[in-house]
Design a protein around this ligand. Structure first.
Ligand code: PPS
Length: 288
């Protein structure tokens, strides 16, 4: 499966044909969840891999054996990817699932059998920067052009995976109905230990202080960037070309300040205000 030049459109969203087919996307929409499932939902570049690592470590009580021996796409697979149907579904552990899908694709499946849903969000200015750099190394995404060109597509919602605004508004719109646990990349940065405690309480998986310390140690940027199960070195350079940049690029907040001109920042803020003004989002990112 390479299909590096193919783009699929599903539910109005453009997706890379590498790893997505109409069949795999339809299967995601019809997926039979179980109440014991844990579904991690993100817009790309929001902290997906970080939280995948945290979830595996929480369910392993801080033991790094699994995160060091099984790739993240096998232990926390994306529902919508082509290989998903091949993965064994019978397990006595909670299934840790991941998705970038917009809410409307999974709404029906989630309504019938409520898994635990975790939504991770990140300052969209930093998402745009991280996504831009990822386009340069991911050969299954289009050439991003200049940062200015890419930012315009990001704001228009014409990038692959669709509009950041529609994604977050869609999922937050059913926060109560799904009992969705909302957390941000910025909170993980500010107080990782507290976030691990909150997540483990939400999952009904309480940990001892030494186990929490071990989770935090093994999901640090330094540990993860060296872990071949997540740092993308297992992938062929035809798919992800790490000679052009790193998947674990900077791992910081507010890198947007190094990329946005004052005019781009102002335009972004105007659109953010227009799109998010009525939204119940209580997080205030540093947008100025
Ligand atoms: S993807 O492709 O959607 O799965 O990408 P995703 O994992 O959501 O986001 C990648 C960005 O998250 C950063 N990252 C981390 N930051 C801090 N600490 C840890 N442990 C960590 N793990 C991943 C990663 O560096 C990408 O952000 P940028 O800003 O590009 O560095």
């Amino acid at each position: 499966m390479a299909r590096l030049e193919v783009t699929e459109t599903f539910a109005g969203v453009r997706l890379p044909g590498h790893l997505h087919t109409q069949e795999s996307l339809a299967l995601a929409g019809a997926f039979q969840f179980r109440p014991s499932d844990v579904l991690l939902v993100t817009y790309p570049k929001s902290g997906t891999t970080w939280v995948q690592e945290i979830l595996t470590l929480i369910y392993s009580a801080g033991d790094p054996a699994l995160v060091k021996t099984i790739p993240n796409w096998t232990r926390n697979p994306w529902l919508e990817h082509v290989y998903f149907k091949e993965l064994p579904q019978e397990t006595n552990r909670p299934r840790l699932l991941t998705t970038h899908m917009p809410q409307q694709v999974l709404a029906a499946a989630l309504r019938t059998c409520k898994p635990k849903v975790i939504y991770v969000a990140r300052n969209p200015k930093d998402v745009a920067v991280s996504f831009y750099h990822f386009h340069k190394i991911a050969n299954f995404l289009p050439d991003p052009g200049s940062f200015s060109d890419f930012l315009q597509h990001f704001l228009d919602g014409t990038v692959h995976f669709g509009s950041w605004f529609q994604h977050i508004k869609g999922w937050l719109g059913c926060q109560e109905k799904l009992g969705l646990f909302f957390i941000t990349y910025e909170e993980l940065h500010q107080d990782l230990q507290r976030c691990v405690e909150r997540l483990s309480a939400f999952l009904g998986c309480p940990l001892q202080p030494d186990q929490i310390a071990s989770v935090c140690q093994h999901c640090s940027f330094t540990s993860m960037s060296k872990n071949i199960m997540v740092n993308h070195t297992l992938l062929s350079p035809e798919i992800i070309d790490l000679s052009k940049g790193s998947f674990f690029r900077k791992g910081i907040t507010e890198d947007w300040r190094n990329h946005f001109s004052p005019q781009q920042s102002e335009l972004f803020n105007q659109i953010y205000q227009k799109e998010m003004g009525d939204c119940c989002l209580s997080v205030v990112w540093h947008m100025d």
